[in-house]
Write a protein that binds this ligand. Sequence first.
Ligand SMILES: [Fe+2]
Ligand SMILES: [Fe+2]
Length: 333
Amino acid sequence: MYTQAMDTGPKEERKVVRSAEEAELERRFDAKIDAGDFIEAKDWMPEHYRKTLLRQISQHAHSEIVGMLPEGNWITRAPTLKRKAILLAKVQDEGGHGLYLYAAAETLGTSRDQMVDALHAGKAKYSSIFNYPTLTWADIGTIGWLVDGAAIMNQVPICRCSYAPYARAMIRICREESFHQRQGFDSLLVMMREGTPEQKAMVQDAVNRWWWPSIMMFGPPDDQSPNSAQGMRWGIKRISNDTLRQKFIDATAEQAKVLGVTLPDPLLKWNDERQHHDFGPIDWAEFWRVVGGDGPCNRDRLATRVRAWDEGAWVREAALAHARKQATKKEAA
Ligand SMILES: [Fe+2]
Ligand SMILES: [Fe+2]
């Protein structure tokens, strides 16, 4: 569903001492990046580029998988068969996104098992948006509209990421995210147009709770985002956090009018001179608290993930046993 984390990882120092051969390889790599060419898994790449990508793609993969939890929670309680089928499809899509991304990350030399271990040990991060609870059915529509909407803004530029396996995965993912955003908006629109006063109030309450965390999904402000410049240089990041955030706010403010909800920011206002919306201050202390592990659901999400992994052990074993059996049959034939 989403990325944010490349700005929140540990800062790594670049190796300054290089052999002449390595310097030449790096020169060729830089020239390729400057020409807008893609880097494939088999190509030489600087260690720092590989590690940065590995961190970003694996955090992105973890976000897809953990992102299944807040919504999965509502599959059994969807109000109609149609909404249940849509939600089931969406949550399955997120699982699929996780798989594409783990596969892309594996091309950088770390196995999926290692990445999953790091997540379960609490060493790897995932998007902090999934550490907020889904209290009512309106949260599900709101997640589609705002969270998947922010994810699309973030992810469309990654379709042009310099690392080809990541870019290819993102093209497929973005197509599905657009369905996720629309189903969320549609679900809210039905409640706002045909719902009872209580249902309308439910939508407004969900929007009040998700608005600020959603705009935090673009990551810290540009002047506090130390890894961004290098990400831009390498063609991993194409558009800055603040630019994407502004784009999202401008698009969403208009959609809120169609829905008939109020975004919970008294300072949100169109600025004719800037041709953008102005908006109020973001509580970055809250963002860092949730990223640091102290959000409303951090512990619960991780515990649920670990339990699902443990309880699914028999499925993995059965799949492996089946694969072995098929291979033996093939050999015998
Ligand atoms: Fe999604
Ligand atoms: Fe997704």
